[in-house]
Design a protein around this ligand. Structure first.
Ligand code: BG6
Ligand code: MG
Length: 213
């Protein structure tokens, strides 16, 4: 087989949290009197919480202190986590679960490589709390995608050389991070348009074709 492990981004790949992020950032932006819409929200994909806040603050007419920024990010996260409580196993698409099971049955190790500090909470909400062989997330990195750190740590936690891992991503920043880590990548959703992606996936199930060969 070409790969020994697959490292999945979480948000937008394993499950969809975009709308919850949008609602939580929108509530904060409205409170601060800053214009925010779905197009700006798309720029936050794969980007860390603090870097996302900086993007939102591009339209703010005053400069926030570091303390105010931390408070704003915490407020957004509290709103976001309240919304995440609504997630359940119903938010895990059968196609995703069946594909993951087939990849594992095919002998591949499965890991997560996500910028989110809420990774473990989200995984437990959708019934995958104990599912993955390794989790590298926002809690164990110092640099966010497009830096390769999250994927390099993911490979290390899986006990595999980076070159033996395939990354699955929905964000351009994540495809860039995989390339910087020396890993092949499969782009899905928005990232399926990326010319840097090794494979362009139409559906999650397409992973079976590219990785079980
Ligand atoms: C990424 C999302 O997975 O996690 C980003 O695509 C988000 O939109 C980032 O900003 C950080 O998430 P969290 O849960 O730590 O605020
Ligand atoms: Mg993503």
């Amino acid at each position: 087989m070409k790969y020994r492990g697959i490292i999945f981004d979480l948000d937008g790949v394993i499950c969809s949290t975009d709308h919850y992020h949008y609602l939580a950032w929108k509530k904060l932006a409205d409170k601060l009197g800053i214009y925010f819409d779905e197009t700006i929200n798309n720029r936050l994909r794969g980007v860390s919480r603090m870097a996302s806040l900086e993007i939102i603050l591009e339209r703010c007419d005053r400069t926030l202190t570091e303390e105010e920024k931390l408070a704003a990010a915490e407020e957004k996260n509290n709103t976001y986590r309240e919304l995440l409580k609504e997630m359940s196993e119903a938010d895990l698409a059968p196609e995703v679960k069946e594909t993951l099971d087939a990849l594992r049955a095919g002998g591949l190790l499965l890991g997560i490589g996500s910028s989110s500090k809420n990774t473990k909470f989200i995984l437990s909400q959708i019934g995958l709390g104990d599912y993955f062989d390794a989790i590298s997330d926002g809690t164990n990195i110092t640099r966010s995608k497009p830096d390769p750190e999250v994927f390099l740590k993911g490979a290390e936690y899986l006990g595999l050389p980076a070159a033996d891992c395939l990354v699955v991503e929905d964000a351009e920043a994540g495809i860039q991070a995989a390339a910087a880590a020396g890993m092949d990548s499969a782009g899905i959703g928005e990232a399926a348009k990326s010319s840097l992606a090794t494979y362009q996936l139409t559906t999650f199930r397409d992973l079976l074709k590219v990785s079980l060969q």
